[in-house]
Design a protein around this ligand. Structure first.
Ligand SMILES: Nc1ncnc2c1ncn2[C@@H]1O[C@H](COP(=O)(O)OP(=O)(O)O)[C@@H](O)[C@H]1O
Ligand SMILES: Cc1ncc(COP(=O)(O)O)c(N)n1
Length: 275
């Protein structure tokens, strides 16, 4: 039977980030995609204009509609703006057997806050301990661990702390916001693993974090291990950034077909970690 995955997140009507990026990524990885909307966001590649949060009881109705029908093989969360939403979602996920990937989305690349300030504590307390893997970027990891991350050794310490003290099963601290090569640090019970790619010079990186964590979710849904899922996520996002579409007036989206149609930069077309 086909693997299925559920994303619980906010929207991007221009399709590069949020729910839309997640569903495109699930589809690319041949996983049946489902979605529960938390907030409707009026945004584009130039920034966030406005946000409407859905009522918590309506988010609950959407979650129940999914869970009463098609049980996902993996779940990811993206933008969850308020503590009330987080508490609801934690209550629904606590008895789930399927792996849960938390992308603790806090601030959009454009600088707009996507999570209430007072809820940052709730992410740490209620959601991180339920996660098979957390995928913070550098600013998000800094908020979770409460120390500045200036280099690879800080990122390693943060990833370890998110697992050993905050209770995630694994953590990957993404290096998109550090200078130099794009190095992501995975820490799990087996120790550290680094996932590295050259830094690609482009402004078109809208939704990179959403796409990366959605691919990890897809691979966990198929039963792959965390290091296998992260390796595929890293190849997918590298190709999606490299084979840029060049659309959008601001920081454009990545190319969700890039990996399947063109493969990794420098490798032959169609190269896929499945092969
Ligand atoms: N300019 C870039 N070149 C290559 N890889 C990048 C670049 N920017 C981000 N990445 C990669 O994209 C993924 C998402 O990282 P990041 O941009 O830090 O997340 P977020 O979108 O949550 O801020 C990571 O694997 C990171 O290494
Ligand atoms: C609904 C939603 N979720 C997440 C992001 C973060 O994406 P990015 O950091 O690339 O702007 C976003 N802009 N919108």
């Amino acid at each position: 039977m086909i693997a299925s995955a559920l994303t619980i997140a906010g929207t991007d009507p221009t399709g590069g980030a949020g729910i839309q990026a997640d569903l495109k990524s699930f589809q690319e990885r041949e996983v049946y995609g489902m979605s529960v909307v938390t907030s409707v966001v009026a945004q584009n590649t130039m920034g966030v204009k406005d946000v409407q949060h859905l009522p918590v009881d309506f988010i609950e109705k959407q979650l129940d509609a999914v869970f009463q029908d098609i049980m996902p093989d993996a779940v990811k969360t993206g933008m969850i703006a308020t503590s009330e939403m987080m508490e609801l979602i934690a209550g629904k996920l606590v008895n789930q057997q399927s792996p849960y990937v938390i992308d603790p989305v806090m601030v959009a690349k454009s600088g707009h806050e996507l999570m209430e300030e007072k809820s940052k504590q709730t992410v740490r307390d209620k959601l991180i301990p339920l996660a098979a893997i957390a995928t913070p970027n550098i600013p998000e990891a800094e908020i979770l661990v409460e120390f500045p991350i200036k280099n690879l050794s800080d990122a390693k310490r943060a990833a370890r702390l998110i697992v050993e003290e905050l209770g995630a099963g694994a953590a990957i601290v993404k290096g998109g916001h550090l200078p130099g090569e794009a190095v992501d640090v995975l820490y799990d019970k087996q120790g550290y693993q680094l996932f590295q790619s050259p830094r690609l010079e482009t402004k078109h990186t809208h939704g990179t974090g959403c796409t990366f964590s959605a691919v990890i979710t897809s691979e966990l849904a198929k039963g792959r291990t965390i290091p296998e899922a992260v390796a595929i996520g890293k190849e997918f996002i590298t190709a999606a950034i490299h084979h840029t579409l060049g659309i959008g007036k601001g920081n454009g989206p990545t190319n969700h077909w890039g990996y399947r149609m063109n493969g990794l930069p420098g490798k032959k077309k169609g190269v896929d970690s499945n092969e």
